[in-house]
Design a protein around this ligand. Structure first.
Ligand SMILES: NC(=O)c1ccc[n+]([C@@H]2O[C@H](COP(=O)([O-])OP(=O)(O)OC[C@H]3O[C@@H](n4cnc5c(N)ncnc54)[C@H](O)[C@@H]3O)[C@@H](O)[C@H]2O)c1
Length: 391
């Protein structure tokens, strides 16, 4: 497969984690070519990890079948499947957030131990953010740190999760409560993977695309604003271009601030409101992308209220978000009927924001914008926040 390559460098958090090579491939996914075109003797041992949905994709069969032995009709692709190809192992986990557990991470470590993996082994996560986060986490703790490569297969994991070295799993009903910073050595981006994504997953990734455009690319934002129908047409050449723009923008940010001490925090635009909505609606009720999109509209209203941006800028953002079909009203429909009044809903959301793990010293901080590509991180008065959550 043809690819272009970019590399980014950081202070190493562990030997071998000071640089990430990001490869953008054109054409259909061909993992045999990516991972098996060199002589086997030159290759370190690989622990491949994916989930049942990804392992079942048509374009994955030529790769997965090598791990199913001579008789391709068995064994079945189901959670817990383990197959070998020479020294390499393929482990298939259950799909989705409910499987983002410490048990899954330990299953990855067990698969590595069972195949006598050394610290020089490469853990390769092939999937959405759930798989890439957990595989990279397992790589970071296996024998105090093995190596990691990622093949993101959802729009969200291409433009966000796989880039930037945040790893982890959920724990005790808290999202991403356990984890580490452990950048992958290589990230293989194959945009054509998005063709098979369910509509809801594609939309969820698009919210992060719009967020990245607002933060770092006026040009991309204007192109998206002029083309909301891109949600229905994944073959539009703009799709590949937008993935590349977002990956490059995130790479530039994490290269400067891997461990989120300063500018990386900007990437949380829309997330303070969005996480609170996800929590109060009940985890999984509103998709992460839909919540972030609603959060961006609330952040724009708060910016205007605090005198940071103009009414024109706030209106532009809300119109674009609405044209993509996202909610921009103060009370999200997922909360309707859950509270006796808008005031009660607003108070409940604000309480959830105060508990967000990213808050320093108990104060709620917001990522707000003065204009496109002009972002500030600031605290806001409780009354202003409550005000933008009510009509
Ligand atoms: N590390 C980070 O910086 C970071 C950033 C953002 C999000 N995340 C994490 O990412 C996770 C969400 O990622 P996600 O949205 O990719 O979810 P996901 O990994 O659950 O994938 C979504 C669904 O799509 C399926 N799928 C994956 N690729 C597919 C394909 N090509 N075709 C068809 N189906 C496919 C998966 O099996 C799953 O059912 C969350 O756990 C979140 O915490 C991490």
């Amino acid at each position: 497969m043809e690819f272009e390559e970019k590399n980014i460098a950081y202070p190493p958090v562990h030997p071998g984690t000071d640089r990430t090579f990001i490869r953008f491939y054109s054409g259909k996914p061909d993992l045999n070519q990516i991972f098996y075109s060199q002589e086997q003797e030159d290759q370190p041992q690989r622990i491949f990890v994916t989930d049942t949905n990804v392992a079942s994709l048509k374009e994955m069969q030529p790769f997965v079948n090598f791990f199913r032995g001579e008789d391709y009709s068995k064994p079945e692709i189901k959670p817990g499947f383990k197959g070998k190809r020479g020294n390499d192992v393929l482990l298939i986990l259950g799909s989705g957030e409910p499987f983002k557990t410490i048990q899954s991470v330990l299953a990855i470590c067990s698969a590595a131990i069972d195949s006598n993996a050394r610290r020089s082994a490469v853990f390769v996560g092939i999937g959405g953010g759930v798989i890439t986060d957990m595989t990279a986490f397992a790589a970071s703790i296996f024998k105090r740190g093995a190596l990691c490569e990622l093949v993101p297969t959802t729009l969200l994991s291409m433009v966000d999760a796989a880039v930037g070295g945040k790893t982890g799993c959920d724990f005790d009903s808290y999202k991403n409560m356990i984890g580490s910073f452990f950048p992958a050595q290589k990230i293989h981006i194959i945009p054509s993977f998005i063709q098979s994504l369910p509509e809801s997953e594609y939309r969820s990734g698009m919210a992060e695309v719009v967020k990245t455009a607002l933060l770092y690319s006026k040009d991309l934002f204007e192109k998206l604003a002029a083309k909301p129908e891109i949600l229905q047409n994944r073959n539009d050449p703009l799709v590949e271009q937008m993935i590349k723009t977002c990956v490059n923008a995130k790479a530039t940010v994490v290269e400067q601030d891997l461990t989120e001490k300063n500018i990386r925090m900007q990437l949380n635009l829309g997330h303070t409101f969005g996480h609170a909505l996800e929590t109060r609606a009940g985890l999984g009720t509103v998709s992460h992308g839909d919540a972030v999109a609603w959060g961006m509209s609330r952040a724009a209203v708060l910016s205007e209220k605090m005198g940071l941006c103009t009414q024109k800028y706030r209106t532009t953002i809300q119109n674009v978000l609405a044209s993509f079909g996202w909610e921009t009203t103060p009370l999200h429909s997922a909360l309707k009927g859950k509270y006796s009044s808008e005031e009660e809903a607003a108070n409940s959301l604000f309480e959830a924001m105060k508990k967000d793990k990213k808050n320093a010293s108990g104060k709620v901080r917001f990522v707000l914008q003065k204009d496109i590509e002009e972002t500030v991180i600031t605290e806001a008065d409780e009354k202003d926040v409550l005000c933008v959550l009510q009509n």
